[in-house]
Design a protein around this ligand. Structure first.
Ligand code: DGY
Length: 462
């Protein structure tokens, strides 16, 4: 029997879904929220599919198939696949200059997002496999996912280090995380052309659709658009961009997801007896995990990220959730796990009333309402709880895993399907009258994560 909460979540997802058609095929794909994000977003859709598969596997495939239908010749997939004729989101599709690479009406942005595609596809495969159902839908998407991984390896790890390079904060999904502050400083605001400043000032729509306090500051937005404009001038040639950009970062968060994605692709291959390919993707994952382990700094209690713009290799340490991401790909060594759990379980730091804050309240950069500088995000919790679960022999990991599943599902269920949550109260005090969560309401991601947790962990989420 489907519960009331599941019905509410499914209803929300259905209401947010749009139908798109390409080459005679139709795709149901679900934008994050009708209040602002009116297009398909890459890591959101991958997560939606992970919840939807329990109810409607065909819909789950379509979310992923739509992303793959928008794949460029070189294997790249954009982080936004634009809905046709929808102008209420900024930047609009015209600003990217990507039409010539895109697939007809499936015009995309020029950025990647955390590579959850293979993770999502593997989850679908596992669920169907366990139920003894057919997996032809998975089979039909494998070739595209391999091309996507080949793009990432070839263009985003030219040094063969194991870590991926991102060229914009939006590629991490964590747009205004303090992790990017020092790198953003590489772009002197005075050098940004006035036309870009004017473009942002006149067209920015996120602050009118939400509240200024939830969103990235103007100085970040000017730089976001400056980088888009710069890359458009390079015709989105990744090699050229990497040589000239002031923003190039090898970071632990995206790289941990990359490792997990390669493990997932290996699992998909293995289930099909494609052992050579499984070994190849496993070896990529192992390479990444090995590098991540070495990024740990004992004194900083933190993993290092690197600003690799203009051939440099500048260390970045940041007290944010990304330090827990190596749990997700099982990169963290036993010693590192112990140090991480000390921080994670500390109520003054990450184990707040509604964990896990995106930035520790102890950090000087913590801001309780501002997007990726403090609020709790269900997707972050999903990464961390799955990571903890993987340390099967570690008692405290298992305990925190169960608690986090319960806390996350309860938070979403009782407060509602919001984009983010106040880590201390669940609610945003400042906006109590108008908001009961934070960011945009009716948020697909939170609904899908609730459904995922409810089905994957029924013994914990009742
Ligand atoms: C936004 O518009 O806030 C998105 O996160 C950009 O990717």
């Amino acid at each position: 029997m489907i519960s009331e909460d599941e019905l509410r979540a499914l209803e929300l997802l259905k209401n947010n879904t749009k139908i798109a058609t390409l080459n005679g095929k139709t795709y149901r794909r679900t934008p994050p929220s009708e209040h602002y994000y009116l297009h398909q977003f890459f890591w959101d859709s991958c997560t939606h599919a992970m919840g939807l598969v329990y109810y409607d596997p065909q819909w789950a495939y379509e979310e992923l198939a739509s992303l793959l239908a928008a794949q460029w010749e070189n294997g790249f997939i954009g982080h936004i696949i634009y809905s046709e004729d929808e102008k209420r989101y900024f930047p609009t599709k015209e600003l990217w200059g990507t039409e010539k690479f895109s697939q007809k009406s499936f015009v995309s942005s020029g950025f990647i997002q955390p590579p959850l595609l293979a993770i999502s596809l593997n989850h679908i495969d596992e669920v169907l496999h366990d139920k003894g159902e057919k997996t032809d839908g998975v089979d039909s998407l494998i070739a595209g996912v391999v091309r996507y991984h080949n793009y990432l390896k070839r263009f985003r790890d030219r040094e063969d280090s194991g870590l991926l390079t991102i060229i914009h904060p939006w590629e991490s999904g964590c747009d205004n995380s303090p992790r990017w502050d020092s790198v953003m400083e590489n772009i002197d605001l005075k050098t940004i052309p006035q036309r870009i400043i004017d473009l942002v000032r006149t067209n920015r729509k996120d602050i009118s659709a939400s509240t200024e306090l939830n969103r990235p500051r103007a100085e970040y937005y000017y730089r976001y658009l400056y980088l888009i404009d710069l890359y458009k001038q390079q015709q989105w040639d990744t090699d050229v961009i990497l040589d000239i950009t002031p923003f190039a970062v090898k970071d632990v968060q995206v790289s941990s997801i990359w490792a997990k994605a390669n493990q997932s692709l290996a699992a998909i291959m293995k289930r099909r007896g494609r052992i050579k390919e499984a070994d190849y993707f496993s070896s990529l994952a192992e390479q990444t995990n090995e590098t991540i382990r070495k990024c740990w700094n004992e004194k900083a209690h933190s993993y290092a990220n690197f600003d690799v713009s203009h051939g440099q290799k500048k260390l970045i340490y940041s007290d944010d959730f990304a330090n827990f991401m190596p749990l997700y790909s099982h990169a963290a060594s036993d010693k590192q796990v112990t140090a991480l759990l000390t921080q994670l379980s500390d109520p003054q730091k990450y184990w707040t009333k509604y964990p896990v804050p995106s930035v520790s309240p102890k950090s000087p950069f913590f801001e309780i309402t501002r997007y990726w500088r403090g609020p709790t995000w269900p997707i972050v919790n999903l990464f961390i709880l799955e990571g903890l679960k993987g340390y099967t022999a570690h008692k405290q990991c298992q305990k925190l895993f169960k608690e986090l599943v319960k806390k996350t599902a309860d938070m979403i269920r009782t407060i509602g399907f919001y984009e983010t949550y106040d880590p201390n109260t669940g609610l945003a005090d400042t906006y109590k009258d108008t908001f009961s969560g934070m960011g945009y309401a009716d948020f697909s991601w939170s609904a899908a994560i609730y459904l995922y947790l409810k089905n994957k962990y029924p013994e914990i989420v009742r």
